[in-house]
Write a protein that binds this ligand. Structure first.
Ligand SMILES: Cc1cc2nc3c(=O)[nH]c(=O)nc-3n(C[C@H](O)[C@H](O)[C@H](O)COP(=O)(O)OP(=O)(O)OC[C@H]3O[C@@H](n4cnc5c(N)ncnc54)[C@H](O)[C@@H]3O)c2cc1C
Length: 477
């Protein structure tokens, strides 16, 4: 039985009692609970929203119960996977958070090379379990990022050029729909819904479980970053352009521009020094990887070279501490068709103007298997982009006025300078405010229209709108 203080929450006219979530077995957390502040916090410390209830689900049945409750009471819904989205869409004011953070189980079938992954798992969970079998699938490059949001928006990572995006490895999803029904979506079951889940974000339901195809990877791979001084940026980027132009699919690379992070593996005197890094991961035999990355390591005069044989699972968590929970973040992003001299000049001019040593820009090399999937095969449309840059302003929680305001200006100015070269944007890198209008840009007209039709079928009332929202298509539009 509920205690008297928990029996009713909020004003009498719109009360929600903890015990009034029929069929719910998980924890329900409300403002008077000691863990409320922890439970409503997301990765971006700038987000400060106060939901009425946080429904911490134990499985699909709980999710369905929470969706039905929200619909019956006309409550706002936010869905929390890993809580990593910079826009903070995992939490809402006043409504109910369908919190999947207790649903992190991963089970691997090595014979079938498949992983069953609950909707609240983090990539660190997936890598840990899959690498025990020498297997992996493409996932985010930070271990504490959620599988849910990454997988539903696209999923770019070290392995994508060899094994495709995360959405390309999605085989089946268990989905709780806006009606509170539990359905399976795959190429055979609800194929329209399945297509929409492969890039359309959290618009179509709550995914309680994902099934992913796995591939042999490592466990030891050649990986790590090489850093050069910021003054070398133009030269390094021009070299990099040639280096990756005919790189094998096994080679994943990310450029990072900012300051050298204060990681224990890097000598103290280099910490926070402005620098460009090229980080890589070769998803193939170690000897081949060493040969392929040799030219990169021999270019110019590196400040520090950390490339070498390493466990893939360690590489996947290697930069976790450089983007911790609780700092304040603000992002801008765009895709690029190529690294022209003009683009390189813009990047070199803007990258080091950030005031905060925690801010940086990161640029993913796309192509390979990503580009070989037909554009209309999934709802991820950015198949032609050659590079994907994210401008990540980051500062400490008590620096909003001194650093935060100029830092957001830096990110905006940087993006504005890149805008003439833009080839779309990856939906998962969109921030809030002015970026919400870029959802259509992220999908392009054809994909957006098709998503809007599927949205009209599965969520005509736009119950799931705290996301990068696709509006249900209204007849005649
Ligand atoms: C430090 C950092 C590193 C990143 N690195 C990468 C990267 O390498 N590759 C990449 O592709 N992206 C990366 N991203 C971006 C990432 O894809 C998005 O931030 C994504 O939204 C994170 O997913 P999440 O589940 O943690 O987010 P959440 O904030 O929990 O969710 C974001 C939205 O996704 C939806 N959602 C989440 N889970 C579910 C679910 N199970 N069912 C239905 N809807 C759900 C909801 O609409 C929710 O509002 C990174 C982000 C950060 C902060």
């Amino acid at each position: 039985m509920p205690t008297p203080t928990r029996e009713r929450i909020g004003q009498p006219s719109d009360t929600v009692s903890v015990m009034e979530i029929p069929g719910f077995r998980g924890d329900v957390i409300a403002a008077e609970d000691a863990d409320y502040d922890d439970a409503r916090a997301v990765w971006n410390g700038k987000i400060d929203r106060r939901p009425r209830l946080i429904a911490r689900c134990t499985g699909a049945a709980d999710v369905a119960a929470a969706v039905r409750l929200a619909r019956d009471r006309d409550l706002e819904i936010a869905v929390r996977g890993g809580g990593h989205n910079v826009a903070g869409t995992a939490v809402c004011d006043d409504g109910i958070v369908i919190d999947l953070s207790a649903m992190r189980a991963v089970s691997v079938n090595p014979a079938e090379r498949m992983a069953q992954v609950q909707g609240g798992a983090l990539w660190g969970d997936v890598d840990h379990e899959t690498q025990a079998h020498g297997l992996a699938t493409t996932g985010g490059i930070v271990g504490h990022t959620g599988v849910g949001g990454v997988s539903l928006g696209g999923g770019i990572g070290w392995l994508m050029r060899k094994h495709g995006l995360t959405v390309d490895n999605l085989v089946e999803a268990e989905v709780v729909t806006a009606r509170g029904e539990i359905v399976r979506a795959s190429a055979n079951d609800h194929p329209d819904l399945f297509w929409a889940l492969q890039g359309g974000g959290g618009n179509f339901g709550v995914v309680s479980s994902f099934r992913f195809a796995l591939h042999p990877v490592g466990p030891t791979v050649v990986a790590g970053p090489v850093f050069w001084a910021a003054e070398d940026t133009t030269d390094v980027m021009r070299f990099y352009r040639e280096f990756v132009a005919d790189a094998p699919d096994e080679l994943g690379t990310v450029i990072r521009l900012g300051t050298i992070p204060p990681l224990p593996v890097i000598s103290h005197e280099l910490h926070f020094r402005p620098a460009i890094a090229v980080a890589c991961c070769y998803a193939g035999p170690v000897e081949d990887g060493e040969r392929i990355v040799r030219a990169l390591r021999q270019f110019g005069t590196p400040l520090v070279d950390l490339v070498g044989p390493t466990l893939y699972v360690d590489h996947q968590s290697g930069i976790d501490d450089t983007v911790p929970h609780g700092w304040h973040y603000y992002w801008k992003a765009t895709s690029l068709a190529c690294l022209s001299d003009e683009v390189i000049d813009v990047v070199a001019q803007h990258a080091y103007r950030a005031r905060s040593p925690r801010s940086y820009a990161a640029m993913f090399h796309m192509g390979g298997a990503v580009a070989r999937v037909p554009r209309d095969a999934t709802a991820y449309p950015g198949r032609d982009a050659a590079h994907n840059i994210i401008i990540d302003a980051a500062w400490l929680a008590d620096q909003d006025d001194t650093v935060g305001t100029p830092e957001t200006g830096w990110a905006r100015g940087f993006l504005q300078a890149l805008q003439p070269h833009s080839a779309g944007v990856y939906v998962n890198f969109l921030d809030s405010d002015d970026d919400t209008s870029r959802v259509r840009e992220a999908y392009g007209d054809d994909t957006y229209q098709r998503l809007a039709e599927i949205k009209a079928k599965y969520d005509p009332g736009n119950v799931f709108h705290n996301n990068k929202n696709v509006k249900p298509r209204v007849c005649g539009t």
